[in-house]
Design a protein around this ligand. Structure first.
Ligand code: ADP
Ligand code: ASP
Ligand code: MG
Length: 458
């Protein structure tokens, strides 16, 4: 990107062409030095190098959705670098490219080998990282892109949902020290044991960014996305949802674990454990977004911070299991050994010494759960298994509910007024969740949001 304008010494001044205008006032100046190195840009000749903070920025799929947008991201990254920050940029795959790769794989194999699936999916981020590096070079910024493996992101070997075990960011530090902007492909790493490439689960670029921020001792991790912060509910579903200025790590953990996909839950966990503030903001404006910070940094406790929903789970019921000690342990140990993630669990009232146990699992893991439970049935441990795919979990989250009675009652009343049947209930100290029919999920979110007056207008 070379904006039109004239040169002044090494600085290049110009007015942004219309396609590059974001939230900038018309005619506002963009300055773009010639090919310089960002750390050097922060220093004035003859003065001591000032203490330069590391900033990690992550740009999601929409933000790098096409070549024009990649250029815009390069402009924003260039500003950060020229402000004197050592800048690390984590990118997602362009637009819906990961979904397209998943669809292609599904046409070839219903259950593709995990290793090959990860080889395929990591290609998406590799494309955007290289294009962004090129755009930065065009803007006169020295930049180097790295795959997750090159950036030292070491994971376990659970393909499709690998966990980061360690980061050895030697090459990243070296590039930063040399004055380069570092670009890292999000959502991927390399297995410590098998040395194969892994992915961190959908939305995993958030986790790459926060984990890198923690390992580099960054001041902040900025998550640039297609909304301008974290809202009281998904703004695509609730028209009057309100943007939150600040949110505690605990509330963000609950909201994201319950389906608010604005951040991957693991990223919030790492941020909390390492006290790295996350700033969720729009890549299409310069407005501040939502800061996710420790509880003690909040001015006041909101009773309720938001409503989240999740349609990615299925409900599995194991029928007629013996109602005696050790049976639940047997079922859930077997599922844990198969690496199946269990969420809500309900055991029904026992009749004639037998009971039903229901639980929810990610839809993508139902086939593994079935295999495990079929073995149990063959061994006489249960009579049958029923799977209900069309369910949704709707959750209400708020740190203040610990001290305010009646929150669950108000939520259930709102659902009953909307004629929505509750199938399962679970709670934590700052959350109430229900399982309902999937086709009523959005209606339920709106009803609960209204019942607690969470919107910014009636
Ligand atoms: P990216 O590709 O930038 O990672 P995502 O699609 O993963 O973006 O996450 C952003 C989306 O999260 C928003 O477009 C919005 O629809 C959704 N979302 C769900 N719940 C919330 C919420 N409480 N606040 C903001 N966005 C939310
Ligand atoms: N591209 C991956 C996904 O779509 C990772 C990410 O965007 O965070 O899930
Ligand atoms: Mg995301």
């Amino acid at each position: 990107m070379v904006p039109p304008g004239g040169r002044s010494g090494t600085l290049f001044y110009g007015i942004l062409p219309p396609e590059l205008e974001w939230d900038r006032a018309p005619g506002q100046r963009l300055w773009a030095p010639g090919r310089i190195r960002c750390a050097a840009a922060a220093t004035t000749a003859g003065t001591e190098e000032r203490d330069i903070g590391i900033v990690v920025q992550k740009y999601g799929g929409t933000s790098v959705g096409d070549v024009t947008r990649i250029r815009r991201v390069a402009d924003r990254v260039a500003r950060t670098a020229r402000d004197g920050h050592k800048t690390v940029v984590v990118v997602s795959a362009m637009g819906a490219f990961t979904d397209e790769l998943v669809d292609m794989a599904a046409k070839i194999s219903p259950v593709p080998p995990g290793r090959e699936m990860d080889m395929l999916l990591t290609a998406g981020e590799r494309i955007s990282m290289a294009l962004l590096a090129m755009a930065l070079h065009e803007a006169g910024i020295s930049a180097r892109s790295f795959t997750g493996s090159q950036a030292g992101i070491i994971t376990d070997s659970a393909h499709g949902k690998a966990r980061i075990l360690d980061i050895t960011p030697g090459r990243v530090r070296e590039a930063l020290d040399a004055g380069d902007v570092v670009i890292v492909a999000g959502f991927q790493g390399v297995s410590q044991d098998t040395k194969d490439v892994t992915t961190l689960g959908r939305g995993g670029s958030d986790t790459t960014a926060v984990a890198l921020a923690a390992s580099l001792g960054a001041d902040v991790c900025e998550i640039y996305t297609d909304v301008d912060g974290i809202y009281t509910a998904d703004p695509r579903i609730v028209a009057n949802a309100r943007r939150l200025d600040r949110l505690s790590f605990e509330e963000a953990l609950e909201l994201t674990a319950q389906g608010a996909k604005v951040l991957q839950v693991r990223s919030v966990e790492i941020a909390r454990n390492n006290a790295i503030p996350i700033h969720v903001r729009s890549s299409f404006s310069y407005q501040p977004g939502t800061l996710v910070v420790p509880q003690e940094d909040l001015v006041e406790d909101a009773i309720i911070s938001g409503v989240a929903h999740d349609t990615s789970e299925a409900k599995v019921t194991v029928q007629h299991v013996a109602d005696r000690p050790g049976v639940a342990a047997g079922i859930f140990n077997a599922l844990a050994d198969a690496n199946v993630n269990i969420d809500m669990i309900v055991q029904n009232v026992s009749e004639a010494g037998q009971t039903d146990i229901s639980f929810t699992v990610p839809s993508g893991e139902v086939h593994i759960a079935r295999e495990v439970l079929d073995t149990l049935i063959d061994e006489g441990g249960a009579h049958g298994v029923d799977v209900e795919e069309h369910i949704a979990k709707v959750s209400l989250v708020g740190a203040g509910m610990k001290t305010h009675p009646g929150v669950a009652a108000r939520m259930f009343t709102a659902l009953s007024a909307a004629g929505i049947n509750i199938q399962m209930i679970s709670t934590s100290t700052i959350r109430v969740s229900v399982v309902i029919a999937a086709d009523r999920a959005e209606e339920a979110v709106r009803a609960i949001h209204d019942a607690f007056d969470l919107g910014d207008r009636p």
